[in-house]
Write a protein that binds this ligand. Structure first.
Ligand code: KG4
Ligand code: ZN
Length: 362
């Protein structure tokens, strides 16, 4: 059973065809990152316009790469919540038109449910993207899912039948958002997650002790804005004192014990974020007895987060799963995947389906 999945919730125009909720036959994504880069963040109005330009082509490519036509499809699924409203509307309008023209059932999907489903998807063997960590056959229920992206930080217990208990989320900035903001303070461009991750590997994570807000609170809530502000003040102070070795700048004071490198700041910042994320994920697994933890969303690409979570999970006898990068970030395959499960559960939407910027998981 093949489903076309469409996602235009933020700054990626994405479409994919997935068979039986598992096999990714195609996964096409048009990134708008270059358009938004010069503004240092996603500009909603520009995102909508770019989606309009790209959507028809991206859907055709997804069908062509999967080697199917609309006649081979069982249903069309589209992200209709949460996200940028103008951006969401483009995908929803396209999906509705296609469902109407080709007389196919329509399913409106929650974007976060897509992310939570992503670790469960299998890539086509020919794409050779599966490492041992990504094989999902042993993924058990209930499991704990940590969704960390530019827009979301959410800790969820996932039950059989894709039912959820939301354990906690961020009270302010999302994890990816702080990576992007900190990258901005350090003059590293947008988006900043990957750059900071790379620099951090050359720095000392213990160089600066940044705060770990809410780490020890008796809940599953997160707060990242305090870390962000702390890094900002630290960077400004070091810069004023002429002690910051900027990115790419020759280290003119290698013997000065007070000098600080951008690599050390990146590593210390990353250590603080990862520490809190890992600590609470492990606590959730222990409290619920879950034997698996999944990691998803753009920040799931983070090398330190993957490594630390793996070590901590092993200590409590839990497995860790994360999807390949192409399924961590926004994509249509995760939407088609969860749609398959919902379709089996009887979900069908009317052609009056609308988009909404908010949308809770349960
Ligand atoms: O899931 P995604 O593509 O878009 C949203 O739905 O937000 O996530 C993008 C976010 C950005 O904030 C980006 O900086 C972050 O994921 N990111 C990373 C890494 N790669 C991407 N953050 C930390 N480490 C990385 N390696
Ligand atoms: Zn997302």
């Amino acid at each position: 059973m093949k489903i076309l999945g469409i996602d235009t919730s933020c700054d990626e125009t994405a479409a994919a065809v997935v068979a039986d909720g598992r096999d990714v036959l195609s996964n096409v994504v048009a990134s708008q990152i270059e358009v938004h880069q010069e503004y240092g963040g996603v500009v909603p109005e520009l995102a909508s316009r770019k989606h309009i330009e790209a959507i028809n082509y991206i859907v055709s490519r997804a069908l062509a790469e999967a080697d199917v036509t609309f006649k081979d499809l069982e249903a069309i699924a589209v992200t209709n919540r949460p996200g940028l409203i103008g951006a969401l509307l483009v995908g929803v309008a396209a999906a509705k038109s296609l469902a109407y023209c080709h007389k196919l059932p329509l399913l409106g999907i929650n974007h976060i449910e897509g992310h939570i489903y992503a670790p469960f998807l299998a890539q086509l063997a020919s794409q050779n993207l599966l490492s041992k960590d990504m094989v999902h056959d042993t993924l058990t229920f209930p499991h704990i899912c940590l969704t960390v992206s530019g827009g979301h930080t959410l800790l969820v217990e996932v039950h059989e039948g894709w039912q959820y208990t939301v354990l906690g989320g961020t009270q302010d900035d999302a994890a990816g958002e702080v990576y992007d903001k900190v990258a901005k303070y350090l003059g590293l461009g947008f988006p900043g997650g990957k750059v900071i991750d790379d620099l951090a590997q050359k720095g000392d994570p213990a160089a600066i002790k940044f705060p770990r807000p809410m780490r020890n609170t008796d809940d599953y809530q997160f707060s990242f804005s305090g870390i962000k502000t702390s890094v900002r003040y630290f960077v400004e102070k070091a810069r004023r004192a002429g002690l910051l070795v900027e990115n790419g700048q020759a280290d003119v004071k290698p013997t000065n014990p007070d000098r600080i490198t951008i690599e050390d700041i990146a590593a210390s910042f990353q250590a603080a974020v990862v520490d809190v994320l890992v600590y609470k994920s492990i606590r959730a697994a222990k409290a619920t007895g879950a034997k698996a933890i999944t990691l998803t969303g753009g920040v799931a690409a983070n090398s330190q987060l993957r490594a630390s979570l793996k070590v901590a999970a092993t200590e409590i006898g839990a497995a860790v799963y994360y999807p390949p990068m192409s399924l961590c970030t926004d994509n249509g395959a995760m939407i088609a995947g969860i749609a398959y499960q919902k379709y089996q559960q009887g979900l069908r939407d009317e052609l009056s389906l609308n988009a909404t910027p908010n949308g809770s998981l349960v």
